[in-house]
Design a protein around this ligand. Structure first.
Ligand code: ATP
Length: 230
């Protein structure tokens, strides 16, 4: 698995949001994308999955060009996005939400995800609208996994969650990484990023202003102050 964005330019109407962004995610890597609100993190994820269509540049996944392809085609190549607002069906039960997402031949069965997310097993008969924020996040991640991704894109999975639930999500991400699925994680919680990531990118106004290993990033106090301080 290899994802490579090269000189990507994306717009909303006339507003130029990604201004020549380049980044890559290698096999089995967990990479975080950091940056202030409005820096373009969500737009980067949307550009990868084809919701936003880049006007210039290239996005290659296992050497296939994704720019110009439709959302459903890109999903079929094995890229799953867990969006910020989680995108689960509130009127369907947990079990129904999962069963419509399962892809034939997936390495993740429903039983596998229930084992990884015991809370979802307990709540399997409950409707999506009866779940807590943390449970909704887990369901969204479980749905993405049963669809058998090689690359998982996560948009702020810990946002608004209580610290104990954040810890649970972090442990789940560690387990997902152990299975070899690559992850590109948008996350505001620096402690979470530093615990998990092999590498980090910092985005500012649609450009990468820093990239480095987890070890290097820990010492980058100036970068953290300049681009991530609230
Ligand atoms: P956040 O954490 O706030 O989501 P972000 O880094 O993910 O921040 P984006 O959501 O990618 O940022 O937004 C980048 C820029 O694009 C912002 O200036 C935002 O206002 C603008 N933008 C985002 N979505 C749209 C949209 N649907 N239409 C027009 N402009 C948008």
């Amino acid at each position: 698995m290899k994802l490579e964005l090269n000189n990507v330019h994306s717009y909303y109407g006339k507003s130029h949001v990604l201004e020549g962004l380049s980044l890559e995610v290698g096999p089995g890597e967990l990479v975080t994308l950091l940056g202030r609100n409005g820096a373009g993190k969500t737009t980067t994820l949307r550009s990868i999955v084809g919701i936003v269509k880049p006007k210039q540049g290239s996005i290659r996944f296992n050497d296939v060009e994704l720019v110009g392809k439709e959302v459903f085609e890109i999903a079929r190549y094995g890229i799953a996005l867990v969006p910020e607002h989680r995108g689960i069906f509130s009127l369907l039960s947990v079990e129904e939400n999962l069963s419509i997402a399962v892809r034939a031949g997936s390495r993740w069965s429903m039983a596998d995800v229930y084992q990884m997310f015991p809370r979802l097993y307990e709540r399997r008969k409950n409707g999506g609208n009866e779940l807590s924020g943390g449970e909704q996040q887990m369901l969204a991640m479980a749905r993405a996994l049963v669809n058998n991704p090689q690359l998982l894109l996560l948009d702020e999975p810990t946002e608004g969650l209580a610290p104990v639930i954040v810890d649970e999500i972090v442990r789940i991400l560690e387990r997902i990484r152990e299975t070899g699925v690559s992850v590109l994680l948008v996350e505001q919680n620096l402690a979470v990023c530093e615990r998990l990531a092999d590498r980090h990118y910092v985005l500012e106004q649609g450009n990468i202003v820093y990239s480095g290993t987890g070890e290097d990033f820990r010492q980058q106090e100036i970068i953290k102050d300049r681009y991530l301080a609230v």
